[in-house]
Design a protein around this ligand. Structure first.
Ligand SMILES: *[C@@H]1O[C@H](CO)[C@@H](O)[C@H](O)[C@H]1NC(C)=O
Ligand SMILES: *[C@@H]1O[C@H](CO)[C@@H](O)[C@H](O)[C@H]1NC(C)=O
Ligand SMILES: *[C@@H]1O[C@H](CO)[C@@H](O)[C@H](O)[C@H]1NC(C)=O
Ligand SMILES: *[C@@H]1O[C@H](CO)[C@@H](O)[C@H](O)[C@H]1NC(C)=O
Length: 912
């Protein structure tokens, strides 16, 4: 004791003269921990170095049987090619071997699946999903994707709002989706932290147990050096969404970003200085505690390069400010999402701090708001040609992620390379988000997340035969069909070089009106003509099925057959000629269900007709008189981009009802999509097509029973003014009544109602159901009552409660809704919900035919989008039908595209 004290004093004495300058340091008790923290903050996340040697997955569920898949055609990932007749052994949640599996490789017990040559790909990774945070069916109690407390929330976590009861998990898995990045919404500039989950259910049934490689911050505020250092993910948004919620302009949003990053930068600086000092042993110069902020730590991690920042950002002005932000604060954005203008500004994007961002896109969904107006179907190929990584994403439930592969199929159709299209929903998102070591490839050592497809995955309608997540088969009793050999090879697609160039040349707004009109034209090398009467029939152009010539003059076919047989026309030097290269002529299609022709940009009020009065909810101004009923024809707009894109894809007519928010719809109009104004010849096909009512749930209107009661009243002749007149006409069967509803109970009530009215007031109501998600429950009754259905969601989805009870179709049910209804002689039409979807009508019809597994021929499928719709909407007027010229293949083949349209009413051919 004494000695020590003496030594202490002695030391003090000896060193006293320089006391203020020497390193006599207080070394705190938690010094090691602090030094560890300083080491940790410098780490860049990634798998442990021995990760590839793992023998079981951290997500392996003990008891899962091993599976041997034999004779698979394996698309390995990215550009790693394809194995034919390969075996895949999966065990303990991992892919153990791909290639030739021998007896010695096999565990004691395993299941065998003979793939019979089927295509196998890695599981689909949806890089932009809100599954679970915006619930499906949509219920107020589970809408947790957006905080509306303030624009900057790096401290929020999507995981905290993840609803485990979402109907979408099961459906999306049935589309091959195995992994999703769950992003917060875009109402805020910094929406919060995003989490990567696997979609399968877990024994624990918790959100946390769905996480893939949860970051260390899950259970504690500080880093745990014993855990691997893992990637974090975050959502940013710029442009219209964050700006509008708080009454912000883009300037305000950007300042909120800069303020937030400045805060994070200050903390980071303090931390770095702190670490520099303690690493030099200067413990006296620092306070006891590490400068840490629970609130800002995630944003500090962004500055440390530990976070994959995903940014919802559309147009040049927004990319520009965000890229300046990355350069000011020195961090990188892994991907711009939506990014409808990205293809126009590659040089700008390359100025990002770090490295250029990937671009996550929709294939054809666009124009729904101003910043999406210049979106192009050619963006994926243009961007990938410019060296950017391209991802296709769902924004689920904006698009149903069950059909995310369809986005890749469309991108491929419009020119994206085969491997890059497949990688855009598998390898590319996996690698971008930091999971390239375990997801996105069918390779030994990777997670056993794989899909066996019933066709080539880029063939339209590709459907899983089985889906594995962590080696667990997800489809208990999959319903499958065997598809013809034509579906088993990479689809041949048309050439769209000129169209892609035009998109760039015109800054995203290439002219969509036909480039040329002509009165006489010869189509060469035509295989077939589909003709329209009450149904569709097809015939070869020549007697023996050889390719032939079809000559059209003044909108009529004047000659068809071998070229020599049409010699008299062919010799005319003025006649235009188009080589259809084994193409066909088919009737123009009709679209219904979206406000096409009444709306140009959905979120811009000045671009649209607007919403009519809802008399059950609000007073109608007395100046309108009693019983006012709007007519869509009075608000019609021509030359809209969605309208013209529909035209260019063979949809030559549209029926649109007035936009309404409640019960009373009004009178629909049928018009020609390719007309320049309502005064043009043939522009208005029928000024009053049908009478529309919508039975909506009580979140939007007084009770359903009130709406039905009102309908009964009006159809019984108790209405006033025009409302009274048109409902009386509907009761007499002089105008078709189209009732919009998804719900089977409402449909049943309506069937009862028309029966009841037929007895009491001798009504002869011609009823059509539009919506119809649950109509399949009443297929027999609808068939017997002669009531047809327009499915406004051709591939069903449980958007809301009244329509939640869908018939999902393959692989979850043996029949789809279309086949079920057709089997009971219900007249079925395929509709849409949003205007941009009109252009894809032929994909929808093709899909319905493919799903029916050979039980629905092309003629019937064409009927679903033409003759049936005409019947169901009261536009079965016998005008000279339009004929669409498809080049490069049959109608509905991915090899073909529309090149010209013969207009019966105009007596002209429009050359596109
Ligand atoms: C392969 O063919 C067999 C025999 O037809 C069939 O039972 C099996 O389901 C097929 N496998 C797949 C993955 O389609
Ligand atoms: C794989 O399946 C295809 C399609 O059924 C068949 O033609 C081929 O012979 C099979 N190959 C092997 C190695 O069994
Ligand atoms: C968090 O704690 C729970 C319960 O102990 C554990 O199951 C989970 O793996 C932990 N997560 C992380 C990321 O450490
Ligand atoms: C549908 O119509 C066909 C032809 O009229 C008839 O043979 C068939 O029995 C009908 N099917 C049903 C389920 O009513």
């Amino acid at each position: 004791m004494i000695c020590i004290s003496l030594f202490f004093f002695a030391s003090l004495y000896v060193f006293r003269p320089s006391f203020n300058h020497v390193n006599l340091h207080r070394r705190p008790l938690h010094a090691e921990q602090l030094l560890q923290t300083c080491a940790d903050i410098k780490l860049i996340p990634g798998p442990p170095s021995d990760f590839s040697k793992r023998t079981e997955s951290d997500r392996w569920v003990p008891g899962t049987r091993a599976t041997l898949i034999v004779n698979a055609t394996v698309w390995v990932g990215r550009s790693e090619g394809t194995y034919e007749s390969a075996d895949i052994l999966i065990d303990r949640g991992l892919i153990v071997k791909v290639g030739h599996v021998v007896a010695g490789d096999l565990p004691k017990k395993y299941d065998v699946i003979n793939a019979n040559g089927s295509w196998v790909t890695p599981g689909i990774f949806d890089m932009h999903s809100h599954i679970g945070v915006y619930s499906s069916p949509e219920l107020r109690g589970a809408q947790d994707g957006n905080s509306l407390v303030g624009p900057i929330n790096p401290w929020l976590r999507s995981l905290d709002g993840l609803n485990t009861h979402d109907d979408s998990y099961r459906l999306s898995i049935a589309g091959g989706v195995t992994t999703s990045l769950i992003l917060p919404g875009s109402a805020d500039a910094i929406g919060g932290q995003a989490y990567v989950i696997k979609l399968r259910s877990t024994a624990e049934r918790s959100p946390s147990s769905m996480l893939l490689e949860p970051p260390f911050t899950m259970n504690s505020s500080a880093s745990d050096p014993l855990l691997p250092h893992r990637w974090r993910h975050m959502k940013h948004a710029c442009g219209e969404n964050p700006s509008r919620v708080y009454g912000y302009s883009r300037m305000d949003t950007q300042w909120s970003f800069r303020q937030a990053y400045n805060e994070a930068r200050k903390i980071k600086k303090k931390q770095d200085e702190y670490c520099e000092k303690i690493e030099a042993g200067l413990w006296n110069d620092v306070p006891n505690d590490f400068p840490y902020s629970l609130q800002w730590e995630a944003l500090v991690d962004v500055l440390r390069g530990k976070v994959k920042v995903n940014n919802h950002c559309y147009e040049a002005v927004d990319f520009d400010q965000q890229i300046r932000l990355t350069n000011e604060f020195k961090f990188s954005i892994v991907a711009f999402h939506h990014a409808h203008e990205a293809y126009l500004v590659p040089d700008l994007l390359k100025k990002m701090y770090g490295k250029p961002p990937a671009i996550a896109l929709f294939a054809t969904n666009g124009r729904y708001k101003r910043e999406a107006y210049r979106g192009s179907e050619f963006a994926p190929r243009i961007l990938s040609d410019a060296g950017f990584q391209v991802v296709m994403k769902s924004d689920h439930p904006v698009l149903d992620s069950r059909f995310l592969l369809y986005e890749a199929q469309q991108a491929h159709y419009y020119g994206l390379d085969h491997d890059l299209a497949l990688a855009s929903v598998t390898t590319t998102p996996a690698e971008l988000q930091g999971f390239g070591h375990r997801l996105g490839y069918v390779k030994a050592g990777y997670d056993a997340d794989i899909v066996i497809w019933d066709s080539h995955p880029l063939a339209l309608g590709a459907t899983p035969k089985q889906v594995f997540i962590d080696g667990i088969p997800q489809l208990e009793k999959p319903y499958t069909t065997e598809k013809p050999s034509g579906f088993q090879v990479e689809p041949k697609v048309p050439n769209f070089d000129k169209e892609a160039e035009a998109a760039l040349e015109y800054d995203g707004l290439p002219p969509l009106l036909p480039s040329k009109e002509t009165k006489s034209l010869a189509f060469l090398n035509v295989r077939k003509i589909y003709e329209k009467d009450t149904a569709i029939r097809s015939q070869f152009v020549t007697e023996n099925g050889q390719l032939g010539t079809v000559v059209v003059v003044d909108g009529h076919i004047v000659c068809k057959g071998l070229e020599t047989q049409c010699g008299q026309f062919m010799d005319d030097p003025k006649i235009e000629k188009i080589d259809l290269e084994d193409g066909v002529l088919a009737p123009g299609m009709l679209t219904f269900g979206a406000p096409i022709g009444l709306v140009e940009i959905d979120q811009e009020a000045s671009t649209k007709d607007g919403v009519g009065f809802a008399p059950l909810k609000q007073p109608v101004p007395s100046i309108l008189g009693s019983g006012f009923l709007p007519k869509a024809v009075d608000g019609l707009q021509f030359r809209g981009r969605d309208t013209l894109l529909a035209f260019r894809n063979g949809v030559t007519k549209a029926v649109v009802a007035p936009v309404h928010s409640g019960f009373l719809g009004g009178l629909s109009v049928a018009f020609s999509t390719g007309s320049v104004s309502r005064l043009a010849k043939g522009a208005i096909v029928k000024d009053i097509a049908a009478l529309h009512v919508t039975i909506v749930d009580s979140s939007k209107q007084p009770s359903v029973s009130t709406q039905i009661g009102l309908l009964r009243d009006l159809l019984s002749g108790n209405g006033e003014g025009p409302i009274g007149d048109y409902f009386s006409k509907a009761a007499e069967g002089k105008i078709r009544l189209v009732a919009h509803t998804q719900n089977s109970d409402v449909i049943a009530t309506l069937l009862d109602l028309i029966d009841e009215l037929a007895q009491s007031v001798d009504a002869k109501i011609k009823l059509t159901i539009a919506g119809g998600a649950e109509a399949h429950h009443l297929a027999e009754e609808l068939g017997q009552a002669g009531v047809g259905v327009i499915l406004t969601r051709p591939r069903p989805f449980p958007t809301n409660w009244p329509g939640k009870d869908i018939l999902p179709g393959l692989p979850l049910s043996s029949e789809g809704q279309v086949t079920r209804l057709l089997a009971h002689n219900v007249t079925v039409g395929l509709g849409i919900e949003e205007s941009w979807q009109a252009r894809n009508l032929w994909f929808d019809a093709a899909w319905a035919a493919i799903e029916a597994g050979g039980n629905l021929d092309k003629e019937t499928a064409l009927g679903l989008v033409s003759t049936n719709l005409e019947t169901l909407l009261g536009v079965d007027v016998q005008t000279q039908p339009d004929l669409v010229a498809w080049k490069g293949g049959d109608v509905f083949d991915l090899s073909s595209k529309v090149v010209a349209i013969v207009s019966g009413a105009k007596g002209l051919v429009d050359i596109l």
